[in-house]
Design a protein around this ligand. Structure first.
Ligand code: HEM
Length: 419
């Protein structure tokens, strides 16, 4: 153990050092403080695999952290200004507890059929192949290429435009609004004017999706938004606010997560001894390689719960209303669960990681995310010879965000080229 319990409890999870390398901190938590009250964040940190898994299935570990926030943290004036933001957030699947969660998830499932996901494969492959070819050409011309901007950031919006039928211009606005909202939801440190930007982002998203929904009601087409608009179960259907919230949820849940999963995976492949080359030459490794990247550096570092009633949990007395952070990134490196937990083992077989959570909130888009990752990475490594980092690894800009892990930029150059 490198830090005392007191130091662990005071650690700032969004500091630049923690964004770059949280792994020694996770190892300390796993070894000596599996259920720790963080003085710094006013939340419990649960880190061991079995405990996180149990917490996901614990009925008193509630997902609704919007209602308590509305009640306790906002002044009357703020509630008025941000009322609509919270009304929309309160309808997000991920923030709902049963029975509301059960109802909404059943309706949303109708849109996420294996057939609907598989139908996106062509678009994913085509987009990834085009971007990989452009990256290759620029590397060969001796340029430094940012793989976040030129590859990882391009693929998820292209898929959303297929799912929701939006044009490239709409796509730019949606990207900006989603980023504003995503940083807020995922716990980025608040900068000046953030709250106003979040309000404007939700307003923009709401206006946009209200228009699309009306259009799709009048004239359905064969995409996921159309299915959601028409989804019904025994006469039950999604209300307009639920539909808008669901569209925003899907973009928020599926955009930055896939982008970050992709850049983390590329980072791991670049750093591994022969991962890039093996993935290029052995297609049978595609699935296990992606699962291993998700285990070691999944984009969802942590998920949040709120205690509904007092809970005795592994010797800790969690009080009604306490915030609980389930530290997936630590659980996925728990030596009690995984052999050689910190090593990148490209053909790992026993790999039931928690990157997509477990229990009733298990990621609804996991099949789509896996398809995007396996297809895109395959296109990249088969078309582009392994490049090298264009900056020292310790200078890479990791997001300083509580819940997400990923890079702002991933600059690479052709191996052997020196600036
Ligand atoms: C690698 C990419 C992804 C990762 C690592 C990921 C991870 C997660 C995690 C950990 C949760 C549970 C959150 C919680 O319990 O608080 C979740 C929920 C969810 N995810 Fe994903 N996700 C990814 C991609 C996607 C995509 C592409 C979509 C859809 C387009 C999506 C849609 C959702 C939805 C709707 C939920 C809420 C499920 C519920 O509450 O029942 N995700 N995801």
């Amino acid at each position: 153990m490198t830090q005392t319990l007191d130091e662990l409890a005071r650690t700032n999870l969004t500091s630049p050092e923690m964004a770059f390398s949280p792994f020694a901190f996770y190892a300390d938590l796993l070894e000596s403080a599996p259920v720790l009250w963080s003085e710094r964040h006013h939340a419990w940190l649960i880190s061991r695999y079995d405990d996180v898994s149990a917490a996901f299935r614990h009925e008193q570990m509630g997902a609704d952290r919007i209602t308590p926030y509305l009640k306790n943290q906002l002044s009357e004036a703020e509630s008025e200004r941000f009322g609509r933001v919270f009304e929309i957030l309160a309808k997000w699947l991920v923030f709902l507890d049963p029975p509301d969660h059960t109802r909404l998830r059943k309706l949303m499932h109708k849109a996420f059929t294996p057939r609907a996901v598989q139908a996106l494969q062509g678009k994913i492959q085509q987009t990834a192949a085009r971007q990989a070819a452009a990256v290759k050409a620029r590397l060969e011309a001796g340029e430094v290429v940012d793989l976040v901007a030129e590859f990882c950031e391009i693929i998820p919006p292209a898929i959303f435009s297929e799912m929701f039928g939006f044009s490239p211009e709409d796509g730019d606005n949606l990207k900006t609004w989603t980023e504003e909202l995503g940083m807020f939801i995922n716990g980025a440190p608040a900068g000046p004017g953030r709250d106003e930007r979040v309000r404007a982002a939700v307003e923009g998203l709401e206006t946009y999706f209200r228009g699309s929904i009306e259009q799709y009601r009048a004239k359905p087409v064969d995409d996921i938004l159309s299915v959601l608009v028409q989804a019904s179960d025994d006469g039950d259907a999604l209300s307009d606010t639920e539909l808008i919230a669901t569209c925003i949820t899907l973009i928020d849940a599926g955009y930055k997560t896939v982008q970050n999963a992709m850049c983390n995976a590329i980072y791991l492949l670049l750093r591994s001894e022969d991962g890039w080359e093996r993935l290029a030459s052995e297609p049978s490794l595609r699935t296990s390689a992606v699962e291993e990247c998700l285990r070691l550096m999944g984009p969802a570092k942590t998920t949040v719960r709120r205690a509904r009633g007092d809970i005795e949990f592994e010797g800790a007395s969690i009080k009604d209303g306490d915030r609980v952070y389930l530290v997936l990134a630590a659980a996925n490196r728990d030596p009690r669960r995984f052999d050689r937990p910190n090593d990148f083992v490209i053909d790992r077989e026993d790999n039931q990681h928690l990157a997509f959570a477990q229990g009733i909130h298990f990621c609804l888009g996991s099949a789509l995310a896996r398809l995007e990752l396996t297809s895109s990475l395959a296109e990249l490594v088969t078309r582009v010879p392994r490049p090298e980092l264009a900056v020292p690894a310790e200078e890479l800009p990791w997001h300083r965000v509580l819940l997400l892990s990923g890079l702002e930029r991933l600059p690479v150059r052709r191996a052997g080229d020196r600036a």
